[in-house]
Every structure is written in structure tokens, then in C-alpha cells.
Design a protein around this ligand. Structure first.
Ligand code: RP5
Length: 163
């Protein structure tokens, strides 16, 4: 994607990438300029601070942050930027994402993180929420989101059960 990115997608590890594919696919589908980066709260804390501090001056409008286990990435990004942070808990440990969800969701008052569902549904919804936020200043994008939702409605109404 050539245009300068509007949405930054960060993940704690390369191993999170597969869970984030529905997010990246939807950002592509809606032609949202975006970037994807590995930023680890625990293994690359200085890079995390740098990424979060530079996000707004670089023109990003929204950050989608995904992490698993002791998932401190979304909260620490939110601590360093006023951009909206949408978080995806990754089911990467034997606790199947409950640990990630609880690590992410209980932010202290004053530093919000919008936490989505665990795993791929949350990843998809993070992208759709980013589109919805951006659509507030882009009527054409809003119309595309409405069409997308209409297509999902039709899928349900037209679905046929076997037998
Ligand atoms: C977290 O630890 C990452 O977000 C990932 O979900 C989990 C496991 O990371 P790896 O050990 O696979 O690099 O920081």
C-alpha cells in the first residue's frame, strides 16, 4: 500500500500474525492505508515507546494492538499516545486468551483501550471498528461500510441449511 498509513496494526510477536489476518484482510478490502509491525511490550520496550510517540506525528489515526498472555502492548501504547487504541486479545497460551483479555481490558480510568473479542472475531471487528471511526469523516467510506453490512445481512437471510 503506497498512501501513508492511517491505521497502524501492531502485534507482540510474529506468532500473532495469523490471528490478525482477518483484520488485515478487511483493512485491505476497505482500502484503508495501513501498516503492520511487530512491537513487543516486554522484548522491545524502547521500540514500543518510539512507535507510540511517533504514531500521531506520522499521520496514523488509529492503532490496532494485539498481544497474548501478559498482554501489556495495547495499554502501554495507549499510555504514550492519544490516538484511539483498539485491542485484540490473542489466544496464544494454555489459557486460550482469557489471560490476554483480562490483561488488556482492565485499564485504569483515564487511559482507555477499546478491547475486542478474543482471537479472529476480535481481529475482524477491530478493522470494522477502525473503518467505522474513519467513516465519521469520510461519507464514501461510510457508504461502503453500510453496503458491507447489508451483504452480511443478506448472507444470513439467504443461508440454506443442509437437508
Ligand atoms: C506475547 O506473547 C505475544 O503477543 C504472543 O501472543 C505471545 C507469545 O509470543 P511468542 O513466544 O510466540 O513470540 O507477547
Amino acid at each position: 500500500m503506497n498512501a501513508s498509513p492511517t491505521v497502524g496494526v501492531v502485534m507482540g510477536s510474529k506468532s500473532d500474525y495469523e490471528v490478525l489476518l482477518p483484520c488485515l484482510d478487511l483493512l485491505r478490502e476497505f482500502a484503508i492505508p495501513h501498516e503492520a509491525r511487530i512491537v513487543s511490550a516486554h522484548r522491545t520496550p524502547d521500540w514500543l515507546f518510539q512507535y507510540a510517540e511517533q504514531a500521531e506525528p506520522r499521520g496514523l489515526k488509529i492503532i490496532i494492538a494485539a498481544a497474548g498472555g501478559a498482554a501489556h502492548l495495547p495499554g502501554m501504547i495507549a499510555a504514550k499516545t492519544i490516538l484511539p487504541v483498539l485491542a485484540v486479545p490473542i489466544p496464544s497460551t494454555c489459557l486460550q486468551g482469557i489471560d490476554s483479555l483480562l490483561s488488556i481490558v482492565q485499564m485504569p480510568k483515564g487511559v482507555p483501550v477499546a478491547t475486542l473479542a478474543i482471537g479472529k472475531p476480535g481481529a475482524a471487528n477491530a478493522a470494522l471498528l477502525a473503518v467505522a471511526i474513519l467513516a465519521g469523516h469520510d461519507a464514501e467510506l461510510g457508504n461502503r461500510l453500510r453496503s458491507w453490512r447489508e451483504a452480511r445481512r443478506r448472507e444470513v437471510l439467504e443461508a440454506e441449511l443442509p437437508g
